[in-house]
Design a protein. Sequence first.
Length: 150
Amino acid sequence: MPSGTPKMRVMKRQDLDAVVAIDRLVSGQERREYYQRKIESMLNNQHNINSSLVAEEGGRIVGFIMGDVYFGEYGIPETTATIDTLGVHPEYQKHGVASDLLDQFVTNMKGFGVRKIYTLVNWDDFSLERFFSRHKFVPSKRINLELALP
């Protein structure tokens, strides 16, 4: 159970097992390869900024947020960021950990000169949409397009 305010820090390679374990508890899926690729990419790319964070309490990782910073990609002229993954251990949910992670992520992005942060939410994930809405996220003027392949 939470006993205090978790410490936020930049994600490291050795956080992989804890991130995978939290995601498995939350999503019910095993996505080790995804997280392994994502962490390796953010740590091995000399042109990438490691924007991903973990929340630690008592030396234990209790949550994480992962995203990227973009400097003009996708035809967007300003510096932007994305949040692609957010996870909090079930024992620490509803205790402000996700909000603390998001607040620290936003603070860090401001320091990098980011003007906008984007994320995607499934249209029927009302709790996640409400979470981002409470943090002043609004529907984007950009349209997310998809192509289903046979």
